[in-house]
Design a protein around this ligand. Structure first.
Ligand code: FE
Length: 342
């Protein structure tokens, strides 16, 4: 890996190698993607149109793709790995699946807390982990922080998915980073005591449960709420429109943020194309597609979020480095297990 990076720095031998590679695998970038949005194809087509580089995509869940890449090792055709959640990107990095990239474009556009300091992965979009609530049951003045969700006043009222989901693991990992294990564990214990039901389903199911009156407030990623507000099923839309979104910890550190992101594969056969591809994904036109298609927050300040998201207004985001979500993941999983968050 080190050797190849030196080649790319421009040594004569390196240029020879690159020419040889170009001749065999000309103008292609192979993408292993754990994102499953039809709109991602729009992005890939835009990239091909702009650069002439064909995008070959292999879809799978994050774990499958990482295991596949690991088994393929230096024979892997993967140039880019795309996945959601910094916890997954960190894991890919720890498994040696990604290589460091220096890119002035990526470093300029992507805030430092949303990328690996060694350039092994970069955020492409942001999502917030928020509170969705029934205003019939909860007054906005009663809401404040994630920490407050452990308050006994919420007993039997809180909906949240299981602990085996990485979104919750990352929320706990972020809290471990800023509050320490002990405080976080006491909090998680209180949280579990407030569950409205045994965790089941994903974030959307928690919001659906809210509409069915099975609880009063739910923890969810922001884009799911947006997606449901845009639902083409009128009966879902009507119910979800009665709910409200709350961004926790505005008077403190800010709301927990996670990312969707990508990195260049450790043995990328088309490394230069891979870097070009990542740089394209944070261009204003690509960021607009990200923002509109999945209702995530664009990384660039010059690209507005989708109208449904923009309607929520501005909020303060926790500035903690998302590397903490990976670093503290194992500790978070153990902690959630100890407090009985199933
Ligand atoms: Fe999701």
């Amino acid at each position: 890996m080190m050797k190849r990076r030196n080649f790319l720095a421009g040594s004569a031998a390196g240029l020879g190698l690159m020419a040889a590679r170009r001749a065999t695998a000309a103008e292609t970038v192979n993408v292993y993607s754990a994102r499953h949005y039809p709109s991602d194809q729009i992005l890939f087509d835009m990239f091909t149109k702009e650069t002439g580089i064909a995008v070959q995509v292999i879809n799978g869940n994050a774990e499958e793709l990482m295991q596949r890449q690991k088994q393929e090792a230096e024979n892997s055709p993967a140039d880019v790995l795309i996945t959601v959640d910094a916890g997954n990107l960190w894991r890919a990095q720890e498994m040696g699946l990604l290589q460091g990239v220096k890119s002035a474009v990526l470093e300029k556009e992507i805030p430092e807390n949303l990328r690996d300091p060694q350039g092994r992965w970069f955020a492409l979009s942001k999502r917030a982990r928020v509170i969705i609530y029934s205003p019939d049951k909860v007054k906005v003045e009663e809401l404040s922080t994630y920490q407050d969700l452990a308050n006994p006043k919420w007993k039997g009222r809180l909906l949240v998915r299981s602990s085996n989901n990485i979104y919750n693991q990352s929320l706990v990992a972020a809290m471990i980073e800023t509050e320490g294990v002990e405080k976080t564990e006491a909090w998680a214990k209180g949280l579990v005591a407030n569950f409205a039901r045994k965790p089941e389903g994903g974030d959307i199911d928690q919001i659906m449960a809210l509409t069915a009156g099975l609880g009063d407030l739910a923890i969810s990623n922001s884009y799911y709420f947006a997606r449901m507000l845009n639902s083409d099923k009128p009966e879902v839309k009507a119910k979800v429109e009665k709910l409200k979104i709350f961004f926790p910890n505005q008077a403190e550190r800010g709301t927990h943020i996670n990312i969707s992101g990508a990195g260049v594969a450790a043995y990328a056969p088309n490394r230069a194309n891979a870097v070009k591809f990542l740089e394209f994904l944070i261009s204003p036109e690509a960021q607009k597609v990200f923002a509109d298609a999945n209702n995530e927050f664009p990384l660039r300040a010059d690209v507005p979020p989708a109208p449904v998201v923009a309607a929520w207004g501005e909020f303060k985001a926790d500035p903690v480095s998302v590397t903490a979500l990976g670093k503290n993941n194992a500790e978070a999983v153990k902690l959630m297990d100890r407090v009985g968050w199933r």
